[in-house]
Design a protein around this ligand. Structure first.
Ligand SMILES: C[S@@+](CC[C@H](N)C(=O)[O-])C[C@H]1O[C@@H](n2cnc3c(N)ncnc32)[C@H](O)[C@@H]1O
Length: 195
């Protein structure tokens, strides 16, 4: 039994995510994770990317959960930082920004703000990596993603799977280009942006 917040999805996707981060985050630097959730990714990934200073963040209510995962033996993440993307942001700059499963949770204006504020804090050779489901050519990439989108909108109609092309446009407005688009298990992607 888990006595702390736990996400089975985060357990399932952490190893595939690690392989992509190893490819795009080779230079030592500081990584800001936005919307760290339970903190499982921070605890596990930080220990396997020891050249990165991993800074998890989330809204205030999630910080206790993230702290409980920091007792993991290989955790190297910093104590979690309070960051609601709608509010004040830390000064930065950051070498890497990473966020998983947040763009379909945040309303569109929040996603726009996350991209704009994040890009302003990204160093010149920085990378912004986004994990999650995306639509292409206005289409869901699977029936399960279509069902997931309906469920998201039943919970909150501002939620929903975003169009990959729309996300790319938002980054281009900030001067960043799509450098890679990795297929991930369970009909997810990792989009990688840089200057
Ligand atoms: C589905 S969870 C994903 C958690 C984790 N990244 C993962 O993949 O397991 C969405 C996360 O987005 C965060 N989030 C939602 N709105 C936010 C906001 N305005 N600012 C920062 N984080 C936000 C939630 O607190 C939550 O941790």
């Amino acid at each position: 039994m888990q006595d702390r917040p736990y996400s089975q999805a985060a357990e399932n996707n952490k190893a595939p995510i690690l392989s992509v981060l190893q490819q795009h985050c080779q230079t030592p630097g500081t990584l800001l994770e936005i919307g760290a959730g339970t903190g499982q990714h921070a605890a596990w990934l930080s220990g396997r990317l020891p050249h990165l200073r991993w800074q998890p963040s989330d809204v205030a209510t999630n910080l206790p959960a993230i702290r409980t995962w920091q007792n993991e033996p290989f955790n190297r993440a910093e104590p979690p930082l309070e960051l609601d993307v709608s509010g004040d942001w830390p000064t930065g700059p950051y070498d890497y920004l990473y966020t998983a499963n947040t763009f379909h949770i945040m309303a569109v204006p929040l996603v726009e703000r996350c991209i704009a504020q994040g890009c302003q804090r990204l160093g010149p050779t920085g990378r912004f990596l986004i994990y999650g489901p995306f639509n292409y050519n206005g289409q869901f990439t699977s029936d399960s993603n279509a069902r997931f989108d309906r469920w998201l909108k039943d919970v909150d109609r501002e939620r929903g799977i975003r169009d990959q092309e729309w996300v790319v446009e938002q980054f281009e407005q900030e001067g960043l280009a799509l450098l890679a688009d990795h297929a991930m298990p369970a009909n997810n992607r990792i989009l990688v942006f840089g200057r």
